[in-house]
Ligand binder design. Structure first.
Ligand code: CUA
Length: 318
């Protein structure tokens, strides 16, 4: 951290950092020469007893110097910037993987390519919120969209930032040098949850990527049990997703507790109801404020059938 670029750990971040350091170095040299000159002249030629300030007008050599040098610098910076921008904005050449990425108050959802390794039981393809998994040294194209307001996608160590604008597709590419986990953050203020709109970019060794995909697909399939499909769909279509996270689904809210393994917990409603079973879950979801006055979880006024379906699904989240 600091007022300079994070350690660049991918080709795109490296180009940006190089440009930064070239300009920074030149700026420091210019600052030293100009400020040094001012201080030197101020001391040497100042008016003092026994010394009369020299009066003169114009100085061709100096004036030429401080016109020509800055012109060369500015032109050099422009040429360098355009050159680097060409690489940074090159979302065409050598793309090996494309991941549509949707911004929504307040999470990112990544849709994996329509390839067999990402295919789920219900015929759709793997989607994940917050976590983006890619193989190392692979040029990945992120196609950005937004369903509500402007967000901005940024993983500082790996690449530049790009806005996700409603109704206007944008894209950027990423590549990571080494396996690891890299933190990212929405970079455009997008409402009260903006600070929590995080990105966790995980770069896997190429040889381990398919194993990760198989695990992720298995985990996602676990949530697709046909017997509880209706409850799952009901849950994901309601306001629940705005507050709760269920890993492997599009539910990525941060306000309420995570429900990925809710059926394995000892209690719910902050300990008010236990154990976690059909009875307690039904009681809670039907009317939370009645169970725990002042709770942030509202009474959504669900039908008995909706509550039943959701509870059946939640019970599978072990
Ligand atoms: Cu999304 Cu800030």
């Amino acid at each position: 951290m600091g007022p300079w670029p994070n350690d660049p750990l991918g080709p795109q971040a490296r180009e940006i950092a190089q440009l930064y350091w070239i300009m920074f170095f030149c700026a420091v040299v210019v600052l030293a020469i100009v400020d040094g000159g001012i201080v030197y002249a101020g001391l040497k030629f100042r008016e003092r007893p026994g010394h009369v300030a020299k009066q003169f007008h114009g100085h061709n050599f100096l004036e030429l110097t401080w016109t020509v040098i800055p012109t060369i610098l500015v032109v050099t910076f422009s040429v360098l910037s355009f050159q680097k921008l060409g690489d940074i904005n090159d979302t065409q050449t050598g793309v090996e993987m494309t991941i549509p990425t949707r911004g929504q108050q307040w999470s990112w959802t990544f849709t994996y390519p329509k390839e067999d390794r990402f295919k789920l039981l219900d015929g759709t393809y793997l989607q994940m919120s917050e976590e983006l998994h890619i193989p190392v040294n692979t040029k990945v194209l992120i196609k950005l969209s937004s369903v509500d307001v402007i967000h901005s996608f940024w993983v500082p160590n790996i690449g530049g930032k790009k806005d996700a604008v409603p109704g206007r597709p944008t894209e950027l590419w990423l590549s990571a040098d080494k396996p690891g986990t890299y933190k990212g953050q929405c970079y455009e203020f997008c409402g009260t949850g903006h600070a929590d709109m995080l990105i966790t970019l995980v770069a896997h060794p190429k040889t381990e990527y398919n194993a990760w995909a198989a695990d992720a697909v298995k985990e996602a399939n676990r949530l697709l049990d046909p017997a509880t499909k209706k409850g799952r769909e009901t849950f994901l279509s309601l306001a629940c997703v705005g507050c709760h996270t269920v890993k492997g689904t599009t539910a990525a809210g941060k306000v309420g507790p995570e429900l990925t393994h809710v059926a394995s917990k000892k209690s719910i409603a902050g300990g008010v109801l236990s154990p976690v079973n059909e009875e307690t879950l039904t009681k809670w979801i039907s009317n939370p404020p009645a169970v725990k006055p002042g709770t942030l979880m509202p009474n959504l006024g669900l039908s008995q059938e909706q509550v039943h379906d959701i509870v059946q699904w939640l019970l599978t989240l072990k």
